[in-house]
Design a protein around this ligand. Structure first.
Ligand SMILES: [Cu+2]
Length: 353
């Protein structure tokens, strides 16, 4: 009922507004003025409105920085994160002042030079000096930033140190699984053709390297201070493994392997103290809108001491252990089926004669 009333009020308001506009048009008609002509006072009003608009926008930006500044991520929990944060800060130091300077200049010039009949514009077609300045300076600044950024990106996604712990992060709609490479630190081969309900990651039981792999869901544990190399896979659509506290993100692409490596520097317990939040947990999130339950596609990450990590992992079953009973069962089922098949044939034989 309330909604209906609101709709009726809105319709009436629009009708009233239309009538008011019509009255204004008729009054200019009566005065013999051209309603589409732009007057000096119109130009002045527009210029003032522009100043008010830009000023409101800049004030909102400043307000946002103070009001929501504490929602920023805490200090980086990985080694490379410190460097990427530095890069981010340098970028802000350059684009922040430029943002304010450009808007203020825009505001000043728009107000100062709004159209007046008596004033004519200067004809100014070209200045090599000016063009050099606004081409060369941004080129140098941007090239430096991009080259610096690319070199860091190369370090993160390039070859991992030899002793890096290999972990596969496997994405599918809508959850994450982690596969640890086990004692040999080599992930066994896998492929989508091998995927079954019992083997959701499609790990190959033919590959000896797969035997000691450990597949874990729900929680990802990693040891502090150790290099870790993540190999990313996706079963269905594009996902993106996003670990904001480690400043790490990588796309998970169906049909290909992507990777990045990092060294976590702060345990979950230490980060709880740093943030003053007892409920703090590192997160692995999906950062590509991958479908209806995308918002809920996440996994907790626990960073702990090497001993705790080893103890946690030792508890988990290897791929061979979880897969073997099923394989045996599959063989038994196949044998039984074959026997039945032969019996059927034998019993069917006499009828054929
Ligand atoms: Cu996803």
């Amino acid at each position: 009922m309330i909604n209906l009333l609101i709709v009726i009020v809105l319709i009436l308001a629009i009708l009233v507004l239309a009538k008011v506009v019509r009255v204004l048009e008729l009054s200019t008609d009566l005065k013999g003025e051209d309603p589409s002509a732009v007057t000096d006072s119109d130009n002045r009003t527009q210029a003032k409105l522009f100043v008010v608009g830009i000023f409101a926008w800049l004030s909102f930006v400043v307000y946002g920085v103070f009001a929501w500044g504490d929602l920023m991520l805490p200090v980086s929990a990985s080694e490379h994160g410190v460097v990427t944060d530095q890069l981010m800060n340098i970028t802000w130091m350059i684009i922040g002042p430029m943002f304010f300077l450009c808007h203020i200049l825009l505001m000043v010039f728009t107000y100062k030079y709004y159209y007046r009949k008596e004033r004519t514009a200067t004809f100014f077609a070209h200045s090599t000096k000016l063009e050099m300045i606004w081409t060369v300076i941004p080129t140098i600044v941007l090239t430096t930033l991009i080259v610096y950024g690319l070199s860091i990106w190369q370090q993160i996604t390039g070859d991992a140190p030899d002793d890096a712990i290999e972990i596969e992060l496997y994405a599918k709609q809508f959850d994450w699984s982690a596969r640890y490479a086990g004692g040999d630190n080599v992930l066994g081969k896998s492929g989508y053709r091998l995927i079954t309900s019992d083997n959701p990651l499609g790990v190959s039981s033919e590959d000896p390297a797969a035997n000691d792999d450990k597949i874990v869901r729900g929680e990802l544990h990693i040891p502090v201070g150790k290099p870790i190399v993540f190999k990313f896979h996706s079963r269905d659509v594009l996902h993106s493994a996003y670990m904001p506290h480690f400043r790490a993100q990588m796309n998970c692409v169906p049909g290909m392997t992507t990777q990045l490596h990092m060294v976590p520097t702060t345990t979950t317990k230490e980060m709880k103290e740093i943030t003053g939040n007892e409920d703090f947990n590192y997160l692995l999130l999906c950062n590509k809108i991958c479908g209806a339950a995308h918002y809920n596609m996440q996994m907790d990450i626990i960073v702990e001491s090497e001993e705790d990590y080893a103890a946690w992992l030792a508890d988990k079953k290897t791929f061979a252990e979880t897969n073997a009973p099923k394989e045996k069962a599959a063989v038994v089922v196949a044998e039984v089926a074959e026997e039945e098949h032969t019996e059927e044939n034998e019993s069917a034989d006499p009828a054929a004669h």
